[in-house]
Design a binder for this molecule. Structure first.
Ligand code: F6P
Length: 487
């Protein structure tokens, strides 16, 4: 059976259009691929447009040899906050931590904290709630702030650049909110931690050196949950769990480098994905986790994959005339079945899918009857995943249009015996390496995001036109109308 058992994770690729030997014949992996993989895990692969190394694999150890001093600070902060020894400026222990960040400074920590919450090391936990605020529109703060007490709340300003307007806008609102209760110096000294690659900007903002966590420029935002950006995962779960997550990712790094192509999970995910995109013209991939703890995975992978490989320019600046990264979308499988699956089974469009399956789940802390019922629910969910991927592949027909299910939609099943910190780390690292491999195949620089930067620039100009009345040249009628209305 077409099944690969990797570290903490298996790949069942039974429902793909071609066999592995056919696939490897069409493979466009360069001869240098083995060296490129080595370079990636050693932090020696280069991001040509930003002219720096790609170093997220080196960040996968909290005892990283790269920077021992900084990792000690990370661990100290986690221990102090989780044990209730971190006091606010009025002497009360911190009970709530809010991660203010967006994109990679939000999605990885948010997903990791949700996925691993139940493994939290409660023995070291005093009373700490971890919250996430990302969007620039203020809607999340609107809801969250009334539930918090400024005297017992600490804010993590998580921003690789420490210059992203979304995060800075949230920080500015928070600063207004604390003002009636805490003075500025007290707030900065006791209620703020900065996590960034840009230490100078944290200094300029007034964050004390001891409360600054830095990480390497070479760790891309969407690859940063392993670094100090993962602080809120460690706060939610404890250092031990965080370290287990990193260990799972490292095990996948090793597998990626060592395993031959036919047994290499990320490489096969990449090759089948490239084949489906190029030869079958499938422009989208549905990510369908059948375990609620992984429900943030589709959003996370949207950034990881689409920001990395949604490009029409080769790494050397030449235009591309072939299809590159697909649209990534999806949702929590069991709920999706009652929503968008109808279109998947009988709609007009083609798609590929990844089913993420967790075979079993323990429920410590529940009576044995409830634990049995919960375990049965997990099996029910697995049965549904198996059923839907089968129908998507084999289809079904009784000769009537109403009961025509075309099938032939390829899918992978990524299967974990259990969701653990290790299997979670391995899963995310597998997707990172898949994206890297596809970047190599399509000759893309997967580590820059010029389209996003361009959008930010235009937004800054429009905001300036609204707030300060600056003139915009070449403005279209619709945009001009709305700018004038807001003025
Ligand atoms: O959306 C673009 C982006 O640059 C992402 O790549 C990044 O994760 C996000 O903004 C946030 O950036 P920062 O961590 O610098 O605030």
């Amino acid at each position: 059976m077409p099944l690969i058992k990797g570290p903490h994770l298996s790949l069942d690729y039974s429902y793909q259009h071609i066999t592995i030997s056919e696939l490897t014949k069409t493979s466009q992996l360069p001869d240098s691929f083995a060296q490129l993989k080595q370079k990636l895990v050693k932090g020696e692969f280069r991001n040509p447009t930003e002219n720096r190394p790609v170093s997220h694999c080196l960040a996968r150890s909290i005892h990283s040899v790269v920077d021992k001093k900084k990792s000690t600070r990370f661990c100290d902060i986690v221990r102090k906050l989780r044990s209730g020894r971190w006091l606010g400026s009025t002497g009360q222990p911190i009970t709530d931590v809010v991660n203010l960040g967006v994109g990679g400074s939000d999605l990885g920590p948010l997903m990791g904290a949700a996925a691993l919450n139940e493994f939290a090391d409660d023995a070291t936990l005093h009373n700490l709630n971890v919250h996430f605020v990302s969007s620039m529109d203020g809607g999340q703060l609107h809801k969250l702030l009334p539930t918090l007490d400024a005297e017992t709340t600490l804010f993590i300003i998580a921003s690789k650049s420490f210059g992203t307007i979304d995060t800075l806008a949230n920080v500015a609102t928070v600063r207004e909110w604390v003002k009636p209760v805490l003075n500025d110096d007290g707030w900065l000294a006791h209620h703020v931690i900065g996590v960034s690659s840009n230490a100078q900007r944290m200094v300029d903002y007034g964050i004390p050196a001891a409360h600054q966590l830095t990480f390497g420029e070479g760790v891309g935002g969407r690859y940063s949950l392993w670094s100090a950006i993962g602080l809120s995962i460690a706060l939610a779960t404890g250092l031990h769990v965080f370290e287990q997550m990193l260990a799972g990712a490292r095990a996948m790094d090793e597998h990626f480098v060592e395993a031959p192509i036919e047994q290499n999970i990320p490489v096969l995910m990449a090759l089948y994905g490239a084949y489906n995109r190029e030869q079958r013209g499938i422009n989208n991939l549905a990510i369908l986790p059948y375990d609620g703890r992984l429900q943030m995975l589709p959003s996370y992978l949207q950034q990881l994959d689409m920001e990395s490989n949604g490009k029409q320019c080769r790494y050397d600046g030449e235009a591309i005339d072939y299809a590159t990264g697909p649209i990534i979308w999806g949702g929590h499988g069991p709920n999706g079945q009652h929503a968008f699956f109808q279109h998947l089974h009988q709609g007009y469009d083609d798609f590929a899918a990844d089913f993420i399956i967790v075979l079993s789940r323990h429920a410590p802390g529940f009576s044995s009857n409830v634990a049995d019922a919960l375990a049965a629910q997990q099996r029910l969910s697995v049965a549904n995943a198996l059923a839907h991927r089968r129908l998507m592949w084999f289809g079904s027909s009784d000769g009537t249009p109403r009961n025509e299910y075309p099938g032939k939609h390829p899918s992978n099943a990524l299967v974990m015996e259990e969701l653990t910190p290790e299997s979670f780390g391995a899963l995310i690292a597998a997707y990172e390496h898949k994206v890297f491999t596809q970047g190599v195949i399509w000759q893309i620089n997967s580590f820059d995001q010029p389209g996003v930067e361009k959008g930010k620039k235009i937004a800054t100009e429009i905001y300036d036109a609204i707030e300060n009345g600056s003139e915009l040249s070449n403005i279209d009628e619709s945009t001009a109308y709305w700018i004038n209305k807001l003025r």
